[in-house]
Design a protein around this ligand. Structure first.
Ligand code: PMV
Length: 333
């Protein structure tokens, strides 16, 4: 065979976080999560399955991937080969237009784009739900990036029941994620390892006990476009996840002093009447969520804070999709 497909996907920012698995191998989470998919930031991936290829090759950001990064992609290709009944090896080329491995969810857009491109190249014609289940096996949060807008990943109990679905379309509520980038260093401990440590924190059980109530509050806030309610639940949920991380054994500290300063600054801006709140994934960069009309002011204010390297604004965006070879986005590769 000789078959190629290209796909694009966006990262997502979790409003209610996923942290800790019931099943690490299958990436079945201990709690459900809600996110918004981010336009503007992209990963583009081309996959070619060819009988002429002696082994899988993986090029990430212009350089051949090695070690665990390559192995993770190869395992995902194996899964797709298994579903499609294929043996052909693959050539994978992928690039993103934003800093990777710094709490900007590059694994979410990466595995969503890889899943869509590889499934098409393998000749599979899968539903979005099937693609979400498969993307989850590569990186849990990738199952949410299959969809655009506001997305909920129902935890489920097994491979069949754990997948994401849209909650509301992108145009339901024009929010923007204004990301204050304070570091672009690769993180020391990635989220796959972090999920395994969650159970070592005495705070994980109480965090999980309240997850259903926080999911319900977040769904209602999105449905009603109620920013104060969203801000309260999003900040609390992020604080709970970081409390679990920081009290794990060994502890994981993703929040840097500059991140904590930004969280306080944003709380002050909100107290002063601006609609803006913060959330952090597994990295030090501070995601400031606000209605689109507020975004230019928030960008300016963030740039004035010492330690902010750069500000990236991402509105709510579309789900993962196949691209034509002629699409200008393939220029990223
Ligand atoms: O999908 P993973 O294994 O990279 O885990 C993502 C974990 C967080 O980004 C911290 C939270 C989330 O729900 O996206």
């Amino acid at each position: 065979m000789d078959s190629t497909a290209v796909a694009a996907a966006h990262p997502n920012i979790a409003l209610i976080k996923y942290w800790g698995n019931r099943d690490d191998a299958l990436r079945i989470p201990q709690n459900g999560s809600i996110s918004m998919t981010l336009a503007g930031l992209r990963t583009v991936t081309r996959v070619r399955f060819g009988d002429d290829l002696p082994s899988d090759s993986v090029v990430l950001h212009g350089a051949p991937a090695t070690g665990e990064a390559r192995a993770r992609v190869t395992r995902h290709l194996d899964l797709i080969r298994q579903v499609a009944g294929l043996t052909a090896r693959a050539e994978v080329v992928s690039a993103s237009d934003f800093p990777t491995a710094a709490g900007l969810a590059s694994s979410a857009s990466g595995f969503a784009a890889l899943t869509v491109a590889a499934a098409h190249a393998a000749g599979l014609n899968l539903s979005a739900t099937d693609l979400s289940r498969l993307a989850r096996r590569g990186s849990g949060s990738a199952c949410r990036s299959i969809f655009g807008g506001f997305v909920e990943w129902a935890a489920g109990r097994d491979d069949q029941t754990s997948y994401a679905a849209p909650l509301a379309p992108a145009d339901h509520w024009p929010l923007v994620d204004v990301v204050a980038v304070v570091s672009t260093d690769e993180k020391d401990v990635g989220s796959s390892e972090g999920h395994r440590l969650a159970a070592t924190s005495p705070l994980q059980a109480p965090r999980l006990a309240g997850a259903e109530a926080r999911l319900a509050a977040c769904r209602t806030a999105i449905r009603d476009r109620d920013f104060p309610a969203l801000a309260a639940i999003v900040e609390q949920d992020s604080d709970l996840m970081h409390a679990v991380m920081e009290s794990s054994n060994p502890p994981l500290r993703y929040r840097l002093p500059v991140s904590l300063g930004l969280i306080s600054a944003v709380r002050g801006w909100r107290a002063g009447g601006q609609a803006v709140c913060t959330t952090l994934d597994a990295g030090p960069n501070v995601h400031c969520l606000c209605p689109a009309a507020q975004a230019p002011a928030i960008e300016r204010q963030l740039m004035d804070v010492a330690g902010v390297i750069r500000v990236i604004s991402a509105p709510v965006g579309a789900g993962a999709r196949r691209l034509a070879e002629t699409d200008p986005l393939t220029g990223l590769l």
